[in-house]
Design a protein around this ligand. Structure first.
Ligand SMILES: [Zn+2]
Ligand SMILES: [Zn+2]
Length: 337
């Protein structure tokens, strides 16, 4: 985190905690009032979100531990691991293509049936309510690494500076268990009331069950018979769900700490080689912060974005259009740090 950013964070955080707004300078008051409006504390929705994410974490991570024991004691093979690969890719695409690039950033337009398909795919990614996620992510881009950011490793949800392991923990998954939520009246415009997003939100537990249990069980049954069902649920359901969860969460935590920047965007977003490949392009996170509406995060030759390949294929067959391919290669945007 650079010195200027740290000073701004500390100033705003201290001001928010210690100063009645009347004692702050007009500039401080405006800064603090802006992010305070963005966050709501102690809401029922925060309690619901905490319960929901604890449930997800318990199922995925408890199941993943059981899967490790299973793998140690029982032979696993092509059926289980091919299921792992297929559902891992679908899980990550749910996040990259569904939650993130389409529903939040509107990187392309598409038809109503495709919107429903993308809504189902997003919730197949099992990262909580699509409605809530879109609003939360808008807040991340509005206040990146500053007070008001929902999951920065450098500032908490009350505007206090963070660093080291506590910062990583908060940005990784800790934010989901916090007692505050995004002001939906401000950040939910165009999201709340959208019939597809509301449908995805209402049916998210169904998609969770499909993703973690039903689809892997069907895969195991189809390719290995009844005896392969349980092992495939273990490997391609629980273990895959836990690893995909942490790969995605790492973009928020490690992706704001470790890696390099192509663009001087004024926040700590990083391109991270490992995350770039593990998340099918989401880990080129500095490129994304520089061009957040872009359908592709690809800038340098090694920054391969497999999600963008899929968008290009969907565009080629006419399933999506008005794709925001962006101008990431324009050299005057390049930061040489
Ligand atoms: Zn970010
Ligand atoms: Zn984004």
């Amino acid at each position: 985190m650079d010195t200027k950013l740290r000073n701004e964070t500390a100033l705003a955080g201290d001001a928010a905690l210690a100063l009645p707004l009347g004692d702050a300078s007009p500039a401080e008051s405006a800064l603090v009032a802006r992010w305070r409006r963005a966050v709501e504390y102690g809401t029922a929705d925060a309690r619901n979100r905490r319960r929901e994410h604890l449930f997800y974490a318990a199922v995925k991570q408890g199941g993943a531990l059981a899967a490790l024991v299973w793998i140690a004691l029982r032979p696993t093979g092509m059926v289980e691991w091919s299921g792992f690969a297929v559902f891992y890719v679908l899980n990550i695409l749910g996040m990259s293509l569904g939650y993130h690039r389409y529903f939040t950033h509107k990187a392309f337009e598409t038809s109503l049936p495709m919107r429903y398909a993308l809504g189902a795919l997003a919730q197949f990614g099992t990262y909580g309510s699509l409605r809530r996620w879109c609003a939360d992510h808008r807040r991340h881009h509005t206040f990146p690494d500053a007070p008001g950011d929902i999951h920065s490793p450098h500032v908490d949800n009350r505007g206090r500076p963070l660093s080291g392991a506590p910062g990583i923990k908060h940005a990784h998954l800790g934010w989901a268990y916090d007692d505050c939520t995004t002001n939906m009246a401000l950040y939910g415009k165009g999201i709340v009331g959208d019939p597809v997003i509301e449908w995805a939100h209402r049916t998210r537990y169904v998609w969770f069950a499909v993703s973690v249990v039903v689809a892997p069980a069907l895969w195991g049954w189809a390719f290995g018979g009844p005896r392969a069902i349980l092992g495939t649920v273990m490997v391609a359901g629980f273990l895959r769900g836990a690893l995909a969860l942490h790969a995605i969460a790492a973009v928020n935590s490690f992706g704001h700490c470790f890696g390099y920047q192509n663009f001087a965007v004024g926040d700590t977003s990083r391109n991270n080689l490992l995350l770039g490949y593990l998340t099918l392009g989401e880990g080129w996170h500095n490129n994304h912060h520089a061009h957040s509406r872009a359908a592709s995060n690809h800038v340098r030759w090694w920054e391969i974005d497999m999600t963008a390949w899929l968008i290009r294929a969907l565009e080629a067959v006419g399933l999506v259009w008005n794709v925001q391919w962006g101008t990431q290669h324009r050299p005057f945007h390049r930061n040489r740090r």
